[in-house]
Every structure is written in C-alpha cells, then in structure tokens.
Design a protein around this ligand. Sequence first.
Ligand SMILES: *Cc1c(COP(=O)(O)O)cnc(C)c1O
Length: 457
Amino acid sequence: MENNREIPYKIYLEEHEMPRQWYNVRADMKKKPAPLLNPQTMQPITAEELEGVFCKELVKQELDENTAYIDIPEEILSFYKMYRPSPLVRAYCLEKKLGTPAKIYYKFEGNNTSGSHKLNSAIAQAYYAKQQGLKGVTTETGAGQWGTALSMACAYLDLDCQVYMVKVSYEQKPFRREVMRTYGASVTPSPSEKTEVGRRIREEFPGTNGSLGCAISEAVEAATTQEDYRYVLGSVLSQVLLHQSVIGLEAKAAMDKYGIKPDVIIGCAGGGSNLGGLISPFMGEKLRGEADYRFIAVEPASCPSLTRGVYAYDYCDTGKVCPLQKMYTLGSGFMPSASHAGGLRYHGMSSTLSELYDQGLMEAVSVEQTSVFSAAQEFARVEGILPAPESSHAIKVAIDEAIRCKETGEEKTILFGLTGTGYFDMYAYQRFNDGEMGDYIPTDEEIAAAVAKLPKI
Ligand SMILES: *Cc1c(COP(=O)(O)O)cnc(C)c1O
C-alpha cells in the first residue's frame, strides 16, 4: 500500500513544466459535436459569418475540430506565469474529517484576483483581440467572475472592456462591480435600456432578474453596433474549453509526477468550461483507449440542463442573435431562479460536453443549493479555503463519493476542480448561516414549457 505521506499537501509544477500548448479534445472524438448554425439561415455557420461577432483567431479555434495541440502564445504564457501553475492539493484534512479511505485531490483555480479559472481564457481572448488591432471587447457576466477576469486581461493589454452584468448579480454583488471598474471596465446591469434587445426583453419580462442568456444578447448587439469591437464569451464555446485545458494538463502533469491516477474526476458545470478543461487530457486518453476514468458533471437542481434538459439545437442567448448550438438545454427562454451560484445559471451546455455526455462517456448529477452550502462549510472548516458556491457543487459530490468509499472500503482516488473562492458571495453565505436559504427546483411543467419553444430544426 502506498504511503500517503509521501505525497505533499500541495503539488506544484516548476515553471518549465507548465504546458506550452492547449489540448483540443474534439480532435480525439470520433463523433464530433454538431456544427454551429447561423440563426438566420439555419445552415452551418461559416468563419466569415462568425468573424462579424468574434475575433478572427478565436473563430479559427472555434471551428477547428482536428488539431489536437495548439501553441500558447509567449505573451499569454508569461501572463499565466503570474498566477500559474495553480496548486494541486491533496485534501488530507478533509479525508481525515470524513474518515474515508478515498484519496481526494483538488485543483485550485482561485489564486488570482478574479478569484476563478476564468482568467485562463480571458487573457487568451483579450490577446487575440489586441493582435487583431481592435479597440475593445464586449461581454456578459453572471456572477461577475468572468467580467472581473476579462477586465483584468483588458487592463493588462490596454483594451476597452464593456460588461453587461446580470441584474440580480449587479445588485447582490456591488463589490464585484467595483473590482471591474477599478480595472477600467464599464459595467451595465442587464437587461438594460442601452440595446434594442435589452429593451425588448424588459418589455416581455417586466421586473426580470436578468439571465446570462439576456446579457449575452445585449453584449453581442453592443459589439456588432460599434466599430472595432468584438464580443467575447467566458464559457460554453469550444475555444473556451480549449483555453481551459491548461487546468487539466497541469493537473495531469502534477499527478504523473507522483504516479497518481484518478478514478473519478468531478467538476461543476455551468456552461462547461472548467469541467471541459479539467477532464480534457484524461478524456483524450479514454477516447484513444489508453486509460479509463469516470467523469461527473455537477449542476444545480435549479438549472439542470444535462440531467433534465433535451439534446437539441437551441439559441445560446435569450435574444436569439447568437449562432445556434446543439446541446443539452432547458430552452433559451428558461429563466432560472435567483440561486446563489450565478455562474451555473445557464440554460445550455458546451456542445463538446453535451456530445460526450450523449455518448455515455460522462455522467451528470444535480444537487440542491442548501446541500451544496453544507458541503462548502464542511470543506472551508477543514481545508481553509472559502469556496465559491459554483465550485462547492463539485465539493458536494466529491464528499458524497468519499463517503461511499467509506461504506464500501474502496480506496478510490478522486480529483475535483475547485474553480474559485467565494469572497464576493458572502450574501449567499449569510442566507445560509441564517437558515434562510431555500431550494428551488423547477417543475416538469416549467421545463416542458421552455423546451416546447425550442427552434424546430
Ligand atoms: C463561471 C464559473 C463556473 C462555471 O462556469 P463553467 O464554464 O461551467 O466552468 C464555475 N465556478 C466558478 C468559480 C465560476 O466563476
């Protein structure tokens, strides 16, 4: 039996061991995700059409399903070196507390001011916008992590950054907003009066809390109506999963150093970028028949796209201006309840993860908000880190797996993604601590009503 203590609490890579290329898991998929469709023609969208909305190089990455490894430009690598490699932590204290024979590891992405993994893609997207000679970028943000990450990246590269922030988060998280403004971004609560689509949504859903889907529509409109601006997106798209593969590549390199092989890999799934990035190199091995792993996507019971949605073409945004994507979706008209894991309140899921899930290569579970916060609290008390509500979805399921190992005596190795810290989520923690947090689970009728409005393709 392996001597646990030989493995340090934190496994860091040396700078020279950091990945120099991103990994594109689509290259190893025999059946690829379905192509994006043009919302006007319903035909597969061309690079030219996408380039009106997105940066040229990012369009190339989005449409590239065959190149397995893509070089990380030097300038992005040096930015990564400011806050990466991120630690892979052996959760000895949590294992002890649970009394489990399982070995638990987490890859911690919260060690930067944005407080999450989103900076990994923000710097890449801002870099390509700068390379193209653009003035600025527009985007949406839900909980605020993506907007913060993008404002940091834009400040570094001297690009203008316009953020449409989901209204409920704008109001619940004033300090997030101020971090973004400190980095020079302009922040607008969404839906707003600034865009045509925002005005239309406000009319249709008076008093709405907003949603990621609405904010995306506004940001896209803002990008396409200003010269030398493009839209950037912090999740869902294949290019974002590509950039986030740095998480999985580092985790795998760190584990390989000590001959550790995970049995189960767990991550929270909003649009799927951190999970996609974390599992990519492991999924690559599984797809090539070199190794086997269990992968588990964890989503909130309030917004269960994989576990209760349908696999179909849908709009990525409420305003129906973005390309359509084939994905597990609750319908672009689905308005998730005002749960506290803002980053997971998205109606759809990455097309790559959707296809992997559909092929039975990945599992999914949904968990309720109060159980997630109980897990977060238990984790914070023994491991020290105050986790983001989104990340705590993965913690909850990792703990469940570890408890199952205790019952069966299995010494499984569990790896989960700890995507960020929760310092801007103290309102949510306050509700939980005061016993005022509830669990909202949509009814079958609500989901059926939203799904009934899917485009017929
Ligand atoms: C945005 C966010 C998520 C969810 O986004 P994915 O694209 O599904 O990874 C998870 N955790 C944190 C901390 C986030 O900020």
